[in-house]
Structures are given as structure tokens and as C-alpha cells.
Design a protein around this ligand. Structure first.
Ligand code: SF4
Length: 552
């Protein structure tokens, strides 16, 4: 019988019609039929483990963390046996059904969540509630519901909003945590409490205590400091090639992990340390594995050009005629051979993230890409035939003046005219697109102590920027909205109370902006007050499970 908790919430996720269910099953079948490398393990032949990626199939299948977990669960062996079968869930449809056997999330006693983006936190809530699974761990424990272990980069940064939803967190690299989880699940015979007892205190795993209301109020965002794993042992590359992924038919290969830079706003540079390269041999083994199926390859890293053998890799790709893309590039590190590889791969767009255009702000964010470097790199790429340029900026930084923000417009105007001059003779004018985000403080970064600007200030500056960039010919500009920034701020910096908001958003997704408008001012006031008055020393009451949460 459904518990009252779920009965109260069932209106948010009405039952699917027969026709809708048929369409969902057709989509799942289309995905399966298009996949290369997915193995069909009959449901029930091994212990079922759900892998939930709280975003769409296209995004999830372009996330190599999802591929790695799926493969690692299926390949996990003990006493010569493979005890687990992993089935993937995405949020294209709710309630989600598994890609592999079209079963519901509630049919799986163990759910592993791989959360790559903070804005997907509420999607975790949506997926669980839509499947009829109690959102909070204490309710699942009472109702005998599945065990939910949440991992992924952003949970290493601020997991307080999810604290009540998770039975456990996997912090840091999956290479450390996943084998421990699977061993413990076997040892515990699939029982919740023995399982949690087994993993408690193990490196890379965290079992949240059940806090009282008074304790909840005193928790502040804290950042885990996970032990880094050695990436040379693991194969972090595409395991299933799909034509329906965000990069259709492209095999993705992680070439390094972490980032050698320390941009002040970015938690990758500060929390995913140290920077670890994979060797060329290891990367090439992954290339050779997919070579019979595709010549499209994507090399993934937070800073691809920083890889110590990047030119050797490019040379080899050029020799083999591979069509290559790079996930993320720093303008100042781009080498001529990388540009040659992009051109030979028919890449028509180069994406860079200067973040700011004002020389005054560059040292503040520790990302000092000067005008000359940017213009030289873009000029060279356009000259070589890359038609379109996409640039990422942000505004709303601490101490930013009107002139600082408007420097983005002047820089874009200069780049636009540079592109036009270079492309005029070919008769093909490429597109300059600007993606301007709002600065959102992130826990665990040096700029975490700065507040999100007040709504009036953001709106005013956003309007001014929008008006100005619209005047630049052949330039497309998108400037992120205030509500998106507020939601991101809440999940990046928010505490326990954010979990309640995430639940409201999940239950009424269409009115998320209204919920946010109601909740944000109070949260902001409290947050600002706490920033000026440090929270009192918080000690975990004796007897509770050990946890590395706030100990200030
Ligand atoms: S913004 Fe990019 S280059 Fe800077 S630290 Fe983050 S991942 Fe590294």
C-alpha cells in the first residue's frame, strides 16, 4: 500500500496513458537499437542496480562518468562471478523506465545517482517522486524503499541540499567509491542498515546522520576533500556508442582529470586536484577500441590543451584521418597542431571562455587571457577555415563596474570586425555567438564569500548588455536569466533548507520560477547575515554516524 507521504504527492505525477507508455517504450527501443556496445543482460539474472542520470539520454550518453559507472558495475567480479547488472535511467520521460529492460526505478533495490550539474538536483527529486519512491532517506528506510547513493562532481562541492535525500554520498572519483559500494552491498545481502554500516567511514563514502531541526539550522555548505584516485588504471571512455547522444556516434575519451589552473570562480580547479594526465598509450587503446565503428572522437578534459602529449595525440589523429573534437580549450594553450587537427576534422566552430574582457577583472578571477592572445588565436583559426566563434563570458562579479561589463561588448565588436575582414574574401561570413552568464558564487572556491548581486542590479546590467550586443552585426547573444542564476546560487551555496525547496520545485516543475521568487529573498537574507556573523561551533552529537560535514 502506498504511504501517505506518496499519496499526498501523487497528483504531481499523474498516471501515464496507454498511448504515452507505448511512445516511451518506442523511444527506449530506438535508443537500444541504435547503440553499439550495450550488452543485454536479462533482468533478474544478476542483482539489479539502477544508474540514474538526472538529465536527458542525449546529455547522459555524452557524460563519460555515466559510461564508466555502467561498465564498472557490470564488470564487477567477486569469486569469478559477475553479481550485478546495471540499467540506465534518464529523465526524458517521467516516470523514467530503464533503457535496458523498461522497468521502473522502484524495481531496483540499489540506485546509484550520477549528478554532473547542480541544476539537476531537483531532477533527482523528480525522478524518485515520479517513480513512487519516498524522497527522504528516513521515509525510504521506514517504507522499505531502495537505497540511494548520490555521486558526481557537484556533490563533492555542496551536498547539503541533498542531505536528506541520500542514504549515502560517493565523494570524489568513482574509481575509489564504487567497488566499496558493491562489495558492501554483497556483504550486507542487499539490506539497508548493514550496507550503511559497511560503508560508513570508508574513503570516498559518506553516510549522512539524521540531524535534528536545531542541528539543521546550524549546518553551512561545506566542501568535501576527496582523495584523488590514480586515473591510469581506469578506462574512462565511451562504453556505448549512440547516434542519439549529444555528440552522435562520437566516442569520447577522458585524456586528463582535474585542471592545472585555479580560476577563482571555478570549483574544478580548486577541488578536482591534482591534475592527472592519461598516457598517450592509454588514450590510444580507447581510440583503437572504437576505430572499427567510428572515426569521430572527442577528447575530454577540463583543459585539453594542457595535456603533456597533446601534440603527439593530434599528430596521430591526423595520420589516421580521425575527426576530432576537444571538450574545453584555453585560448593561450592552443597549439598550431591542435588548430590543424580541428580544421582537418571539419570543425566549423571554435569555443573559448575568456569569461571577462576587462583587464581590471582578469587578475581577480585568475583567468588572464589578454586581448592580443584572444585576437591572435581567433584570427588564426578563422584564417584556417573555422567559420564560427563561440565565446563564454560572465557578469555580476564582485567589484565589477559598468565599464568592466561593457568591455565584453567592445571586445566582441573588435572580434566581429576581425572575423568579417578575414572572411570577406571567401564570401562566407561566420557567426560570432556570445554566451553571457551571471556570476554565481560556488562553495569551495575563493569567490565563494561573495554574494550573488541583488535582482535589481542584475536586471539593469543584463538589459544594458543585451541592448548593446544586439547592435553588433552577425552576432548572436544569449544572456542567462536571473532565476536560473538564483536557483544555481541556492543549490551551490544553500543548506539543508534548500532540500525542501527542491521538493517543491520537483512537485510543481512548471511553476519553478514562482517557488523560487517566494523562497529566494528569505534565503538570501539569512545567507548574507550568516556571512557577516560566522556560524557558531557545530559539534556532531555523540553516537551519530561519522560525517565530514560542517565542523566549524
Ligand atoms: S574555468 Fe576552466 S581553466 Fe579555469 S579552473 Fe575551471 S576548468 Fe580550469
Amino acid at each position: 500500500m502506498a504511504c501517505q507521504y506518496l499519496l499526498d504527492r501523487q497528483d504531481a505525477f499523474p498516471a501515464r496513458t496507454h498511448l504515452a507508455l507505448r511512445r516511451v517504450r518506442e523511444t527506449l527501443r530506438t535508443w537500444r537499437e541504435g547503440e553499439i556496445g550495450g550488452e543485454a543482460i536479462p533482468h533478474g539474472s544478476r542483482g539489479p542496480v539502477a544508474l540514474l542520470f538526472p538529465n536527458t539520454y542525449a546529455v547522459g550518453m555524452a557524460n563519460i562518468g555515466v559510461h564508466w559507472v555502467w561498465r564498472a558495475v557490470n564488470d564487477f567480479a567477486e569469486d569469478g562471478e559477475h553479481p550485478f547488472a546495471c540499467e540506465r535511467f534518464f529523465l526524458d520521460h517521467l516516470p523514467a523506465l530503464s533503457v535496458e529492460s523498461e522497468r521502473s526505478l522502484s524495481d531496483f533495490p540499489l540506485i546509484l545517482v550520477s549528478c554532473a550539474f547542480e541544476l539537476d538536483y531537483w531532477n533527482i527529486a523528480r525522478a524518485l517522486l515520479a517513480a513512487g519512491i519516498p524522497l527522504r532517506a528516513r521515509d525510504r528506510a521506514r517504507e522499505g524503499g531502495p537505497v540511494v547513493v548520490i555521486g558526481g562532481l557537484c556533490t563533492s562541492v555542496n551536498r547539503l541540499p541533498l542531505l536528506e535525500f541520500a542514504d549515502a554520498f560517493a565523494i570524489g572519483d568513482g574509481e575509489r567509491a564504487l567497488p566499496l559500494i558493491l562489495h558492501a552491498w554483497l556483504r550486507a545481502g542487499g539490506e539497508r542498515e548493514p550496507f550503511l554500516d559497511h560503508i560508513e567511514g570508508r574513503a570516498g563514502l559518506e553516510v549522512p546522520p539524521r540531524f535534528t531541526e536545531a542541528e539543521r539550522a546550524r549546518l553551512i555548505p561545506d566542501v568535501a576533500r576527496p582523495e584523488p584516485s590514480c586515473v591510469s588504471e581506469s578506462d574512462c571512455s565511451t562504453q556505448i556508442l549512440s547516434p542519439h547522444a549529444e555528440f552522435p556516434g562520437r566516442a569520447l575519451i577522458e585524456i586528463s582529470r582535474g585542471c592545472p589552473y585555479r580560476c577563482q570562480f571555478c570549483y574544478v580547479g580548486h577541488r578536482m586536484r591534482p591534475y592527472r594526465n592519461r598516457s598517450l598509450d592509454q588514450i590510444w587503446r580507447a581510440v583503437e577500441r572504437w576505430r572499427p565503428h567510428t572515426d569521430l572522437f572527442g577528447f575530454v578534459s577540463s583543459a585539453v590543451a594542457s595535456h603533456h602529449q597533446i601534440d603527439d595525440l593530434c599528430r596521430r589523429c591526423l595520420d589516421e584521418g580521425l575527426k576530432v573534437s576537444f571538450s574545453s580549450l584555453r585560448a593561450e594553450d592552443l597549439t598550431p597542431l591542435m588548430v590543424e587537427t580541428l580544421v582537418a576534422s571539419d570543425q566549423r566552430t571554435l569555443t573559448l571562455a575568456p569569461e571577462v574582457a576587462s583587464p581590471r577583472l582578469r587578475p581577480l578571477i585568475h583567468k588572464e587571457i589578454d586581448d592580443e592572445t584572444l585576437e591572435t588565436v581567433i584570427g588564426e583559426c578563422v584564417r584556417r577555415g573555422i567559420e564560427n566563434i563561440k565565446l563564454y563570458y560572465m557578469f555580476g562579479l564582485p567589484g565589477e563596474s559598468d565599464d568592466d561589463a561593457m568591455a565584453i561588448v567592445s571586445q566582441a565588436e573588435r572580434l566581429r570586425s576581425l572575423m568579417t575582414d578575414l572572411q570577406r574574401s571567401s564570401g562566407r561570413l561566420g557567426e560570432l555567438s556570445l554566451n553571457i552568464g551571471i556570476f554565481v558564487p560556488k562553495a569551495g572556491t575563493p569567490l565563494a564569500g561573495h554574494a550573488l548581486w541583488d535582482p535589481g542590479g542584475i536586471r539593469k546590467r543584463r538589459q544594458r548588455l543585451l541592448r548593446a550586443v544586439r547592435q553588433i552585426p552577425n552576432t548572436r547573444a544569449a544572456i542567462s536569466g536571473l532565476e536560473e542564476a538564483q536557483l544555481q546560487c541556492l543549490v551551490s551555496m544553500g543548506g539543508f533548507e534548500t532540500g525542501d525547496l527542491l521538493e517543491s520545485l520537483a512537485l510543481d516543475a512548471r511553476s519553478w520560477k514562482r517557488h523560487l521568487r517566494d523562497a529566494f529573498p528569505a534565503w538570501r537574507e539569512r545567507y548574507n547575515a550568516e556571512r557577516t556573523a560566522p556560524p557558531p561551533v557545530f559539534k556532531l552529537p555523540g553516537g551519530k554516524r561519522r560525517v565530514r560535514l560542517t565542523v566549524e
